[in-house]
Design a protein around this ligand. Structure first.
Ligand SMILES: *Cc1c(COP(=O)(O)O)cnc(C)c1O
Length: 373
């Protein structure tokens, strides 16, 4: 089969979604599935929808267009403040967008009015991540301006945590977001349908015993896709951590010294016994590199140690394993490795789905359905 490739198990993504949707649902929190790390892959979006998410969110218009073209009809939210140059398409493809700039909201409203539509606006509040967001003291005045603007509807407020800053939110921050929701309603009228508390980093809070307050939504990517809690990297109980595998092919295997003895001194050193043949270790090269993934974010099979990577080669120590040229190696990816591999044109995306299994009683490995996506 073609290599490098990502093997994607849709049933694990569906099960992870179902598990998180169930746990959060019992606390009154809905889940929006975030597809930006998988480039808006429509099969993955569909698996999230089958797992019970209320909608999809993505940060790039190209991904949204890809999903729409593939027939994903659910509400899609743009979670990066739209560029002014793309407002027309945002109105066409997205039910809602996250916003922080009045100039942009004014453009969105005008574009929506031209189409006879109403676009939903979610205001992002700065709560310490110091990325995008309105300062909390500006929120009420800003919200009432949005509420008065024809062409847009104020749908809710949202916060980001630990995207840039690495600070995990706790009960205090969530309490503050809840209070802000109530204050905005008190001062400018409309009921805020959505109070979105954040991303996968909020799961420890959301699943803990305390009250969720007004928080009624989380936007989840990493937890659904990789089954881990982003800040600690720890697996989340009950979730699959192997929905994705990256497969690369070994193109060189040779015993080599740790470093090349210089040509002048090499033979003399060897003769003197300073460089010994048993210093040699088996190095293997995989035909995959930094252009295809984040090599530092890969986990290798046991007995294989990562030595380094360049744009097209990944060098590993295979002294303690039996890999040889032509073999395929199955690697696990962290979020950054996954994100880059999913967007790399030279990495094939192979979707496995349990539907292909139906009738094949007793066979555990589903057959691949689609090749290059
Ligand atoms: C990426 C992103 C998310 C999802 O983050 P995960 O860590 O993948 O759960 C949520 N909200 C916003 C605004 C994002 O950009």
């Amino acid at each position: 089969m073609t290599a490098p490739r990502i093997e994607i198990d849709l049933s694990k993504i569906r099960q992870n979604t179902r598990c998180l949707v169930g746990h959060l649902g019992s606390r009154g929190i809905t889940v929006t599935g975030v597809t930006k790390a998988v480039c808006g892959n429509p099969d993955i979006a569909q698996a999230m929808l089958e797992g019970g998410v209320i909608g999809i969110a993505d940060a790039r218009l190209r991904n949204v267009v890809r999903m729409r073209k593939a027939g994903i009809g659910c509400p899609i939210t743009m979670i990066r403040t739209p560029m002014q140059s793309e407002v027309g398409q945002i109105i066409q493809c997205c039910e809602a967008s996250y916003n922080t700039q009045m100039e942009t909201i004014t453009e969105l409203a005008a574009a929506a009015r031209r189409r006879g539509a109403v676009h939903n606006v979610v205001l992002v509040v700065e709560m310490g991540d110091m990325r995008d967001g309105l300062m909390p003291e500006d929120l009420e005045a800003f919200a009432s301006q949005v509420a008065k603007l024809p062409g847009v509807a104020l749908k809710g407020i949202a916060a980001n945590f630990a995207c840039l800053g690495g600070i995990a939110p706790g009960a205090e921050a969530m309490g503050m977001l809840s209070r802000m929701a109530s204050e905005v309603e008190g001062s400018c009228g409309p009921f805020l349908e959505l109070v979105s508390g954040g991303s996968s980093v909020n799961l420890p809070w959301a699943l803990s015993a305390g009250t969720p307050g007004r928080i009624n939504n989380l936007r989840l990517g990493e937890a659904i896709l990789l089954g881990v809690e982003p800040l600690s990297g720890k697996p989340i109980e009950g979730l699959h951590t192997d929905a994705f595998a990256l497969v690369a092919e070994v193109v060189e295997t040779k015993p080599k010294p740790g470093s090349m003895p210089s040509s002048t001194f090499g033979s003399a050193l060897k003769a003197s016994g300073l460089v010994q043949d048993d210093d040699r270790r088996i190095r293997s090269i995989l035909a995959i590199g930094q252009q295809d993934t984040d090599a530092g974010g890969l986990r290798f099979p046991s007995g294989v140690d990562f030595l380094g990577a360049t744009s097209d080669h990944t060098v590993v120590d295979t002294t303690n394993s039996s890999f040889t040229v032509g073999n395929e190696m199955k690697l696990r990816m962290n979020y950054s490795a996954l994100m880059r591999a999913m967007s790399a044109p030279d990495v094939a995306k192979i979707i496995f789905s349990e539907e292909t299994l139906k009738g094949d009683v007793g066979i555990r490995l589903p057959r691949p359905r689609a090749a290059l996506v």
